[in-house]
Design a protein around this ligand. Structure first.
Ligand SMILES: C[S@@+](CC[C@H](N)C(=O)[O-])C[C@H]1O[C@@H](n2cnc3c(N)ncnc32)[C@H](O)[C@@H]1O
Length: 342
């Protein structure tokens, strides 16, 4: 069994990006000028990890359109695909894209088939074209009571917001996507703890409500996901002018619903323990290992080559732990291929 989690940028989004770059006298084929803007924006984020995106700077706008919007769109799409496996997506009525920027989350919601109303909110007014492209409304004031029962999406915005806990607690359904750095990843585990203490159930990536094993058992680990994507040629050309590349995309995320917001009929009965693959495959002599999470223990799913198990499973995927496993030290030893949950 070989399973790949791979995503791609839809042509519709590429066309919108190209059109909007026109406002700066650019198109996606002008790799060098776009790369210079991305380099500038990347340096800004590295030097000021919790500061507000400097929207007034033209280089920031270009970098957001040509690079951060499509990449964050892909990250959002992966997380929304996960959400779709957990709750009936078509029964969620409205979504609130908080710190929307150019609307990476809103684009992903539409791509995932979300038909409800979307409201984009940002402290900085995005170009009207950004909201129109995804048939979303844009509001410049946040009035919490109007959005309490909507799906609040925070994509790379919480990192810029100091009082995140109070804000999140105003919503009953939240999706959070944050940078995959150690600091932000570990900070998100603190947010997770706060949410659990405030009556939220964590639906993903965690399959349990206990303490995070990566925080309990390690001073340096942090939970983060990785997806693959089909890189368009124009992006490859831009990256040829940069000292970094994104060949896979990493991020940390949480999906959490307040207890009352998770309707009883949405809960699926589970016969076996569900687990998240929280690491990449680690080949070792005679066996393969992969970090897996289903309770507070820091465990590795392990399969011996002598058992002829031929499985390549993506980090971030969900599996069902069989009954006939053996747990030895930190290894969950498999006797046969594991059941992957699409
Ligand atoms: C890194 S950008 C992310 C944009 C978009 N969500 C994405 O995923 O590409 C962060 C956004 O959060 C917005 N933001 C920061 N602090 C905010 C606040 N207190 N209220 C509303 N928006 C905020 C910024 O203006 C910026 O557009």
């Amino acid at each position: 069994m070989k399973i790949k989690r791979e995503f791609e940028i839809p042509i519709k989004l590429e066309v919108a990006i190209n059109e909007n770059l026109g406002a700066y006298g650019l198109s996606l084929s002008e790799s060098k000028r776009i790369a210079a803007a991305i380099q500038w924006q990347s340096d800004f984020y590295i030097n000021n990890p919790n500061q507000q995106t400097p929207w007034k700077e033209q280089r920031a706008q270009i970098a957001q359109w040509a690079y951060y919007l499509p990449l964050n769109f892909l990250r959002n799409l992966a997380v929304l695909n996960e959400l779709k496996t957990l709750v009936p997506f078509d029964q969620l009525e409205a979504a609130f894209d908080y710190g929307a920027g150019l609307g990476a989350s809103s684009w992903a919601l539409r791509q995932a088939g979300f038909k409800g109303k979307i409201t984009m909110f940002d402290r900085q007014t995005p170009p009207p074209a950004a909201a129109a492209a995804v048939t979303a409304d844009f509001v410049s004031q946040f009035e919490p009571r109007n959005y309490r029962n909507q799906l609040g999406i925070f994509s790379y915005s919480l990192t810029e917001i100091p009082n995140r806990n109070d804000l999140l607690n105003q919503f009953s359904q939240v999706v959070i996507i944050e940078p995959s750095t150690q600091t932000e990843g570990r900070r998100l585990s603190e947010t997770r703890k706060f949410l659990i203490e405030n009556d939220f159930d964590i639906l993903a990536p965690c399959t349990h409500q206990g303490a995070c094993p990566l925080i309990v058992h390690s001073q340096k680990d942090w939970c983060h996901d990785r997806i693959l994507f089909k890189k368009p040629t124009w992006m490859d050309k831009i990256e040829k002018n940069l000292p970094f590349r994104n060949d896979s995309l990493t991020f940390s995320y949480l999906i959490a619903f307040k207890k009352g917001a998770m309707k009883p009929e949405w809960r699926r009965s589970q016969t076996r323990i569900q687990a998240r693959l929280t690491g990449d495959i680690l080949p070792e002599k005679g066996k393969d290992k992969q970090l897996v999470c289903f309770d507070e223990r820091r465990l590795f799913l392990t399969w011996m080559h002598k058992n002829k198990i031929d499985q390549t499973l993506p980090r971030g995927g969900r599996v069902e732990i069989p009954d006939d496993i053996e747990i030895v030290a930190n290894e969950v030893r498999l006797k046969k291929e594991i059941q992957y949950l699409p």
